[in-house]
Structure formats: C-alpha cells, structure tokens
Ligand binder design. Sequence first.
Ligand code: F6R
Ligand code: ZN
Length: 193
Amino acid sequence: MSDVQSATGSTAAIKLEWNAGLMQGAQVQESAKKIGDLENLFRDRDAWAGIDPAQEVYRVRWWAPVPAGSEGGLFWGVTVLQPGKVGNEFFMTQGHIHANQTRAEFYTTVSGKGLLLQMDRERNTLAEQMTTGSLHYIHGQNAHRVVNVGDSPLIFWACWGSDAGYDYATIRERGFSAIIIEQDASPMIVHRS
Ligand code: F6R
Ligand code: ZN
C-alpha cells in the first residue's frame, strides 16, 4: 500500500450518477448555457428573441484533475442538453474545435436521442446518431456540436485532453455547414456553404 500512497495522483472523490448526468465532488465544475447566452447561434432570430432568456439549453459538469493546458492529462465531463427548438431548429451546443487540433475526444450517450455533427477543415459535415450506449470518436481536427432531436434530455459523457483547449470563434463566425431542423415531425439535415 505504501507504493500506492506515494504515487502521483489525485485524491479527489468524484461520484457519478450516470443516468442522471450528475457528478458530485468538491472539484466538480459546472457551467450552464441559457437561451440568452446563445444569441446568433440559431437561424431564426425572431424565434430566439421570443423565448425566455433564462431558459436553460444545456449544462456541463466536468472534472479537471490537472490544470487546463497540461500536456498529456485528461478531463472528464457530462453534458445535459434539453429538448426544444428555436423556430424549427433543434436545441444544440455551441460547438467548437479543439484549439490543439491533434487532441481527439470520446463522447458516449446514456439517454435521449441526438445527432453528433462533426465538420472537417473542408467543411464536410458528418452526422452520427446518438442513442443510449452509442460511442463516438471525435477526430482532433473536427469541429463538433450535438443536437437534441428527441423530446427528453440528451445526456452524454465525454473524455478529452487537458491540453485540447477550445476554439469557439471559428464556429461563431461561420457556423456549421449543416443545420438540423424539424420537418414533418422528423429531423432533417439542411446543408449550407
Ligand atoms: C469538451 C467537449 C464537451 C463540450 C460540451 C458543451 O471538449 O466537447 O464537454 O464542451 O458538450 O459544448 P460546447 O463546448 O460546444 O458549448
Ligand atoms: Zn470538445
């Protein structure tokens, strides 16, 4: 036991509630995105302006056992993305590219129904179905965004590099080359430039 006690490591006690998308522990961080935080994300600006700005769209809880930017470490987190639409466009995450584009990421879904959009540097977009038990590998150079196309919260867990970082600006400026809208009660991909 003495070897274990003297090893480099974290003594943080983190407890997961997989299906609820909860993480508990003193080191758990949390951030929520509400409609009011997501101006210019959705296509229909009038519909966005008509929704209560306090309405939550998604919440992320994560554990950073090492400081952000540390080479070779890992972060662990969960996102709970609410069901809903702005106009006919489904609720989604902002989406980002990792600032360090050699850093990949895993997502796995525990509940809900969604689409994971990955967009490469040439703006080709791939949509993968997210359902209970689906596991997704996100290439380091791909922008990634999740869309909730169901009527219950979409809960997915993620593991990514502590030195991956976030580039939100690229997506904020040009968006994705595909958006997901509801048409005839089904999700539909609309391609854009
Ligand atoms: C981390 C990651 C996820 C997202 C989360 C929220 O690299 O991909 O933890 O950060 O799903 O999405 P964004 O960050 O795009 O608002
Ligand atoms: Zn990411």
